[in-house]
Design a protein around this ligand. Structure first.
Ligand SMILES: [Zn+2]
Ligand SMILES: [Zn+2]
Length: 400
């Protein structure tokens, strides 16, 4: 099914290139990479960069969950930074398991800030292409609280409140969360439907966990972690006003876990930020201005989703079909993921069935029937690869 979608997408892009150009709408297109490799039609580049807003706010792509050899990952922290540079992430967090150190015989790791320091150094050496690096930890406990990432920590070491995993209990896990909160960290519940805690694949929320959320000791939740998605987590985020997040939780290599050439991308999150900075991201998380990016889908709350899709999509009037009131428009997508629209407006499309795909960093010509006044044209569409609640797609309106 997916490979079929990609082929459709590739065809659309090919026809788009062969057809009349989308004049004046190419501001952020990246044709330079279009023929760099044989499957380039699928996505113009592996970059996950999104356009900023005209009012100066930034739309930042972040991965808030990564591992290296300093916990149970398989690479040096430098490699995490290189991968993030290649994906053109705006920021990545370093979040080693605090309490789980399977490599400690080889890498003793007495200072739990060391992985972040190495990643920060690698970013400094990588120059302008480097992501911002966010200091974090993965508090790794039995449920409750389960695995909880704390990002924007000041010092990882005091968040480690036990010496042996056998000493794990809710009381000392709570001390870890309280220390993270004292440091001004942002905390979120990781992979809540993980098989270890949810054998049926359905997230369970013990009363003690609900209490930690209600007290503000847990502020966000991963609705998507790597290749896994949880509808219950999305509903829980909506019910409890938590930040909706997607992360890679990468342990191996991004390019082994995701078929980038075929158009896949790492699971990540968008943050609407007042500025392109660590503080901007921290504030955006606090304000719940997030959308998870998962398998070419957008997952977030309605108002944030509308803002993001509004920044990504635009409509421009082209011309009329000969001797008709069939108006041709270009719908442009300035984002790195294709957007799938289903027409739900009062007019039909004359050159497509009701479902169309607007390619990443590209545009699609759509002919709209019975539109004598070009100033009144609009497209009303359900976005089939966006979710604002379990199994619920947003409806957008695009105007010139
Ligand atoms: Zn975990
Ligand atoms: Zn993890």
């Amino acid at each position: 099914m997916l490979s079929y979608l990609y082929r459709v997408c590739a065809l659309i892009i090919l026809f788009g290139l062969a057809g009349p150009s989308a004049s004046g709408q190419q501001a952020t297109s990246q044709p330079a990479h279009a023929h760099d490799h044989p499957h380039a039609e699928v996505r113009p580049s592996r970059s996950l960069q999104f356009p900023d807003f005209p009012d100066g706010r930034a739309l930042l792509v972040v991965d808030l969950h990564t591992h290296s050899v300093f916990s149970d990952g398989h690479v040096w922290p430098t490699v995490r930074v290189w991968e993030s540079s290649r994906d053109q992430l705006d920021a990545m967090a370093v979040t080693e398991h605090l309490e789980y150190q399977p490599h400690r015989d080889d890498i003793p790791h007495p200072d739990r800030n060391r992985s972040f320091e190495l990643a920060e150094l690698a970013a400094a050496n990588a120059g302008e292409s480097a992501p911002l690096v966010i200091p974090g930890v993965e508090i790794t406990r039995q449920l409750p609280p389960g695995h909880v990432n704390a990002v924007f920590v000041q010092d990882a070491n005091p968040i480690l409140t036990i010496e042996r995993r056998a000493d794990d209990n809710l009381a000392n896990a709570r001390l870890a969360l309280e220390e993270a909160q004292r440091q001004g960290a942002f905390t979120f519940w990781n992979h809540p439907a993980w098989g270890h805690d949810a054998p049926a694949g359905i997230m369970q929320v013990p009363a003690e966990q609900q209490a930690l959320v209600s007290e503000g000791l847990i502020q966000g939740i991963e609705v998507a972690n790597g290749g896994e998605f949880s509808e219950e987590a999305l509903q829980f985020a909506l019910d409890n006003d938590l930040a909706i997040l997607g992360t890679s939780d990468i342990h191996g290599l991004i390019d082994y876990d995701y078929d980038i050439i075929a158009g896949e991308h790492r699971t990540a999150s968008l943050v609407i930020a007042s500025e392109r900075s660590l503080q901007g991201i921290r504030d955006g998380l606090e304000a719940r201005q997030t959308v998870a990016l998962f398998k070419n889908q957008f997952i977030g709350r309605e108002d944030v989703m509308q803002t993001v899709l509004g920044a990504v999509l635009s409509l421009e009037v082209a011309d009329y079909q000969r001797n008709s009131t069939v108006l041709r428009v270009n719908v442009r997508n300035d984002g790195p993921l294709p957007v799938v629209l289903q027409n739900v407006g009062p007019r039909n499309f004359a050159n497509a069935a009701s479902v169309v795909t607007i390619p990443a960093h590209g545009s699609l010509r759509i002919s709209i029937t019975d539109t004598p006044d070009p100033a009144a044209v609009y497209i009303q569409a359900r976005v089939l690869n966006a979710y604002t609640a379990p199994r619920e797609n947003p409806v957008i309106v695009l105007r010139p």
